[in-house]
Design a protein around this ligand. Structure first.
Ligand SMILES: Nc1ncnc2c1ncn2[C@@H]1O[C@H](COP(=O)(O)OP(=O)(O)O)[C@@H](O)[C@H]1O
Ligand SMILES: [Mg+2]
Length: 279
């Protein structure tokens, strides 16, 4: 509030003038505007950061796609030209065809992982539900990946009773495919790989156990993160995107299930998918 003396020309005091300005209100309005401006700027910065992150992810994706898909492609091209020029004896054609199929399944898995990650990013991953027996899904994937075994002894220990679940059959298949793919990749010196299916209480499960390089306890938290390849010496020479387990976990949880792991470095690992059973 400002009070001013009002005088006549002669200088005689005529009275007082009072100008009341609510400075507090003005100050508050200014503060509000500043806060809004700051919030806008923060939102813009956040948006820019997110765009930059997306751009990085996109580049990472493109690099991964070209690098990872080239591996199986090279093998397929090699074998197909051998088939063409007759280098492969007729009795070896069926096993070579199975190997080609397994390499194609590996490429398929990679493409699927990239598409699924993009679907998650856009919130458009929808499950298709149907009733199926988990034992057959496990069997199919083991059969597809078996030809990739190099000095591995691949076994299946299937439950005797049906293991009915309601869920996305093809996506559950992708989980088992990733378990198998990992077991083969991360046990470079061979050994046993055993796929077990069974029932535990109200749940059914499928697990894949290997005798490979194993996982150190301090690396466990990283396993299920996006692009979460473990920072180990061996990983440098093994192809991978680090998307597989991240997606497996997400899909398992969306089915009301889970993925667990037990492992000992140098001794091997066991990954288990658990799903609610249909009674
Ligand atoms: N069976 C396994 N044995 C040892 N390490 C494993 C196994 N499965 C997964 N891992 C580790 O977990 C990481 C994440 O697995 P995943 O998401 O399937 O990625 P990717 O197979 O593309 O490398 C792998 O890079 C690897 O370091
Ligand atoms: Mg994998």
């Amino acid at each position: 509030m400002v009070i001013t003396a009002l005088r006549e020309d002669s200088g005689r005091l005529r009275g007082f003038g009072k100008v009341t300005r609510d400075l507090t209100e003005r100050h508050e309005a200014e503060q509000r505007r500043n806060a809004e401006r700051e919030a806008d700027a923060a939102r813009l910065r956040e948006h820019a950061d997110r765009m930059a992150e997306l751009e990085r992810t996109k580049t990472q994706f493109l690099n991964l796609a070209s690098h990872e898909l080239r591996g199986p492609l090279t093998v397929i091209r090699g074998y197909s030209s051998m088939l063409e020029d007759g280098t492969i004896p007729p009795d070896q054609v069926p096993p070579v065809a199975r190997l080609l199929e397994a390499k194609l399944a590996q490429m398929d898995l990679l493409i699927e992982q990239m598409l699924e990650t993009a679907r998650l990013e856009h919130d458009s991953l929808e499950l298709y539900r149907e009733k199926f027996d988990l034992r057959w899904v496990a069997q199919e994937q083991v059969d597809v990946f078996r030809p990739l075994a190099q000095g591995h002894h691949v076994m299946i220990d299937a439950a005797h009773q049906p293991l009915l679940v309601e869920g996305d059959r093809s996506r559950v298949g992708t989980i088992v495919a990733n378990f198998m793919d990992n077991a083969l990749k991360y046990s470079p010196h061979g050994g046993e790989i055993c796929c077990t299916t069974g029932r535990r209480g109200t749940n059914v499960f499928v697990s894949v156990r290997d005798q490979g390089i194993g996982i150190a306890p301090e690396h466990m938290p990283r396993l299920f993160t996006r692009f979460g390849r473990l920072p180990t010496e061996q990983n440098l020479s093994i192809a991978g995107t680090g998307l597989g387990l991240f997606l497996c976990k997400e899909i398992a949880v969306r089915h009301g299930g889970d993925i667990t792991v037990s492992s000992r470095p140098g001794a091997g690992s066991e990954f288990t998918l658990t799903l609610p059973a249909i009674r």
